[in-house]
Design a protein around this ligand. Structure first.
Ligand code: M6R
Length: 608
């Protein structure tokens, strides 16, 4: 992960780099640093361990001069999150910032040390600086030295470099990690994503894997991995500068939770025909009626969305679905059917594990469909079809609105497949579509339950361990709840299909372990109720998300209930995801944790 940026222009580079790092901080916040070139052509660096605020303090005390610079915000992979390990790394005549992992760094380091080079950090990235400097020392010009070094790197990287005595020169390279070029007025920029570039550039170009580029004020030359000059499309920046503020909310997560109704509504708007009120997805590059199997792959919350998607696709469209987390799927090598479809789900479109599966399933001849929030991401560019969500930028590390937007797309996809495969009559299709289109209003209603969720949070916040239970299509929502609680409140939480409780985890239950049930009064409610009674009989404190009917039946069983709006069982997982995420948020507030930037995490996981 990590976020990188670069600037060549005519304005002071350091404040611009700092603003870009603020917008990239969601990619990692273990340390941060900026390097610029002084008027005398020397490289100067400022670095600080911890969050950007620490770097801001350092920069106030010791501002950086110069109009050429690079910046980095780190999610530590190799080496502790100390100031010494913070980027930019400098070696002789070059300073670099790097996002990714240099897999052959140990070999390169040994070779460079044998030549007398002294390494001063524990990072893999420092190798890149030494390697480039080694080639500069052999008399190569910066561009040639950079290319010679890049060719020797294995692994994943996005890199930006500046060179002593070369004001107005910036070199970037990408392989397996995203990097974009931004076009300003007589200035050029590099950034890990469009969000970083939004305030300073109106147009941008995504580099492709293996690309590297030379930037001077007002000009970019892009090369491919053979060194041949190439041209890449220039696009308008889709994320506007102002779109990523907190708008008066305490945290991005709070803001993004409140954006659920809009995210669902906007997403559905894109995939519904307003006249007929029927689902209208873009044309598929295959015949859905002929697809023998769908393979769903994703990570984290996106994987849980995929688990719900499997229920819908299997039950409505009667299509076999294989699903796994990307880090496992990638190395399982499951046999792929002829005419099969791979469905990748990702908010960022940059998650390394998911991207790896995309590429291997593409090689295995599968049609690639991806459900993405950032459509111009690497996954978007490498997919046969992108089913875009319209959740808007999601900054908080804990995913919220992107999850319900993903579910909305998957629900629509299941309806679309069911129609094409003739497994659903029109009346049912209309009923299910209507329930989907009604969701934004129902989602808005959930916020009137905030006080009840806060009361539940007061119980959960006291616990050391929490169990989340769901059944059927709501089981993945239990997983989502447990993940969110762990992520932002650091309370240990486990999720189970409620029916599994008696096969082991019931032994965990006593008065200190709250049991959070996701229990709309749908077809499996009676079974869930029995499971909850079993838990209560062992002293468990039952806290339930249910509807009015469920609340009646949970009397005497549940200590607290949050009564949700009545909805069709089909859309219950989408609606119930919202209070479950709100619960985690309220618990985190009580625990006083860093909600938007929880420890050890980063939003975009671009390393394996
Ligand atoms: O960008 P992606 O959707 O591919 O990210 C996948 C996971 O890393 C992500 O959902 C993660 O689990 C979130 N922090 C969950 O809140």
């Amino acid at each position: 992960m990590c976020g990188i940026c670069g600037i060549v222009g005519h304005q002071p580079a350091s404040p611009i780099a700092f603003e870009a790092l603020r917008r990239l901080e969601y990619r990692g916040y273990d340390s941060a640093g900026i390097a610029t070139l002084t008027a005398a052509g020397n490289i100067e660096r400022r670095r600080a361990a911890g969050k950007l605020d620490n770097l801001e303090y350092v920069l106030k005390e010791h501002p950086l001069p110069g109009t050429t610079g690079i910046g980095h915000t780190r999610w530590a992979t190799h080496g502790a999150p100390t100031e010494n390990n913070a980027h930019p790394h400098e070696a002789g005549r070059v300073a670099i910032v790097h996002n990714g992992i240099i897999e052959n760094f140990a070999t390169l380091k040994k070779e460079l040390e044998a030549k007398g080079r002294v390494f001063v950090t524990e990072t893999d990235s420092e190798t890149v600086a030494h390697l480039v400097d080694e080639y500069l020392g052999q008399g190569l010009a910066p561009r040639e030295a950079a290319f010679a070094a890049i060719k020797r790197l294995e692994g994943a990287y996005a890199i930006a470099m500046i060179f002593k005595d070369h004001e107005g020169l910036l070199i970037g390279a990408r392989h397996g990690a995203p990097l974009a070029v931004g076009y300003g007025n007589g200035e050029m920029f590099l950034g890990s994503d469009s969000i970083a570039l939004a305030p300073m550039a109106r147009k941008m170009t995504y580099l492709e894997d293996g690309d590297w580029c030379e930037l001077t004020p007002g000009h970019v030359t892009i090369f491919d991995m053979t060194g041949a000059e190439v041209s890449r499309p220039v696009q308008d920046l889709t994320f506007m500068a102002g779109q990523v503020g907190k708008d008066g909310y305490r945290h991005y997560m709070e803001k993004e939770l409140h954006e659920h109704p809009v995210a669902i509504g906007q997403t559905l708007k894109r995939i519904t025909d307003p006249a007929s009120k029927r689902i209208a997805l873009p044309e598929m590059p295959f015949d859905p009626a002929q697809v023998p199997r769908i393979t769903i792959t994703a990570c984290g919350s996106a994987y849980y969305a995929g688990m719900v998607g499997r229920y819908w696709l299997e039950s409505l469209a009667r299509i076999p679905v294989e699903i796994d987390v990307a880090s496992e799927m990638r190395y399982r090598e499951p046999p792929q059917p002829d005419k099969g479809v791979a469905l990748l789900i990702s908010q960022s479109g940059e998650t390394a594990d998911t991207l790896g599966v995309l590429r291997s399933l593409k090689k295995a001849g599968q049609s690639i469909v991806s459900v993405l929030n950032v459509e111009h991401s690497t996954m978007g560019r490498e997919s046969d079809l992108v089913l875009g969500m319209d959740a808007g930028p999601e900054i908080s590390v804990a995913s919220t609105k992107a999850f319900t937007a993903q579910l909305s797309v998957l629900a629509a996809l299941a309806i679309d497949f069911a129609r094409a495969r003739g497994t659903m009559d029109q009346a049912r299709e209309e009923r299910l579509t209507a329930s989907l289109l009604d969701l934004p209003s129902r989602a808005a209603e959930v916020f009137t339950r905030t006080k009840d969720i806060q009361a539940m949070a007061a119980v959960v916040a006291q616990a050391r361990d929490v169990l989340y239970l769901g059944r059927g299509i709501c089981t993945p929502i239990a997983f989502e709840g447990a993940l969110k609680l762990k992520e932002i409140s650091y309370i240990h939480a486990e999720a189970y299909a409620a029916g599994e409780l008696k096969h082991g985890p019931i032994s965990l239950i006593d008065q200190t372990v709250p049991v959070v049930a996701i229990a709309p009064s749908t077809i499996l409610f009676d079974k869930t109720l029995s499971n909850l009674q079993e838990a209560k009989a062992r002293g468990g404190r039952i806290l339930a998300f249910t509807d009015a009917e469920g609340a009646k039946r949970l009397e005497g069983v549940a200590e607290q209930v949050v009564i949700m709006p009545d909805v069709d069982a089909f859309v219950a997982p989408i609606l119930y995801a919202i209070p479950v995420q709100m619960l985690a948020y309220e618990v985190a507030l009580l625990k006083g944790t860093d909600v938007d930037q929880p420890r050890n995490l980063a939003k975009s996981v671009t390393v394996e």
